[in-house]
Design a protein around this ligand. Structure first.
Ligand code: ATP
Ligand code: RIB
Length: 298
């Protein structure tokens, strides 16, 4: 089988995470249990899990000329991600301040920094320069105009485009038209569609004629096919430690699976299995199953 070639245009961040059983309210100070520094950013997370799955991954992004940028660049190399299209700037590398509570639920503030300096022309050149490219993924932690330019180039090449609309922002009609797949979580679905994905009838009215997936946390995910048919797959029951990066684990795995010519239903199943494993460990990329662990799942 030919190699699954995936490009991610997106964010890379350093995650600065505080774990505390109970999170403080405004004006309150509490003692937490643990602080970690880890690799994150929705784009980088999706790239890393796609690489763990076995894809040839190209990352298109921007890092600061600082210690965090150096560490992230080294991590890309360690994971085997092609970072030829990662540029550097004097603007600091993006960071995410994350709080995780005793139930594994998180609250995140991101400071995009260098991620907001990715240039459309350079990103398009990158897309046009990758041999045998089949799937292109983007999220909403970089400027939307870059994603529009990249998806337009990707569609011209005949690639599949996947948008993870996270964190939520209004999407231009032009971008919506360029997305073969949109993969929101429940909250993003509500913001995009005006109602929660609580029934198949509601799911069917989201982008009629186009493909989408809605991730549903512990309930798994729902595939919305272009013909209006819905397939729901439940998540395994696991001990939840930290859900940070679970949505990214799903998206990166799903992209790998489509690039490998798997059916969308099989891609859904594999995405859920990988993402559900990720919630059993702390952190974003640090929680992702290895290639050996993933090979036992499919
Ligand atoms: P996050 O923002 O926390 O990274 P998300 O909100 O983008 O995640 P979710 O819909 O919560 O994404 O979860 C994505 C996938 O992760 C689910 O489809 C499921 O496979 C897995 N998952 C998340 N929460 C749980 C859970 N409590 N139990 C089992 N699997 C889970
Ligand atoms: O989706 C999880 C990611 O969101 C974290 O790794 C953090 O960097 C934020 O971008």
């Amino acid at each position: 089988m030919s190699k699954a070639v995936v490009a991610v245009v997106g964010s890379a961040m350093m995650d600065l995470t505080a774990y505390a059983h109970t999170l403080p309210e405004a004006g309150q100070t509490l003692v937490g249990e643990l602080f970690t520094t880890g690799f994150g950013g929705k784009g980088a997370n999706q790239a890393v899990i796609a690489a763990h799955c076995g894809a040839e991954v190209h990352f298109i992004g921007k890092l600061g000329r600082d210690l965090f940028g150096d560490s992230i660049a080294t991590n890309f190399s360690t994971v085997g991600i092609n970072s030829f299209f990662v540029e550097r700037t004097d603007t600091p590398t993006g960071i995410a301040h994350i709080w995780v509570d005793g139930n594994g639920e998180n609250r995140i503030i991101i400071i995009p920094g260098a991620n907001h300096e990715i240039e459309s022309t350079k990103a398009v050149d990158a897309i046009n320069g990758i041999d045998n490219l089949s799937v292109v993924i983007a999220q909403c932690e970089i400027k939307q105009e870059v994603t529009v330019a990249v998806f337009s180039a990707a569609k011209t090449r005949g690639c599949i485009t996947i948008l993870n609309p996270a964190p939520y922002q209004a999407l231009s009609p032009e971008l919506l038209e360029l997305c073969d797949w949109i993969i929101p979580n429940e909250t993003e679905f509500r913001e995009l569609h005006g109602q929660l994905p609580s029934s198949d009838e509601i799911l069917k009215t989201f982008r009629p004629g186009k493909n989408s997936v809605v991730t549903l946390g512990s309930l798994g995910a729902a595939l919305i096919n272009a013909d209006g048919s819905i397939i729901r797959t439940t998540a395994p029951t696991v001990d939840v430690i930290d859900t940070t990066g679970a949505g990214d684990a799903f998206v990166g795995t799903f992209a790998y699976a489509l690039a490998s010519r798997m059916s969308s239903e099989d891609a859904l199943t594999l995405g859920i299995k990988v993402a559900s494993l990720s919630v059993t460990k702390k952190g974003a990329q640090s929680s992702y199953p290895t290639q050996a662990e993933i090979s036992t799942l499919s």
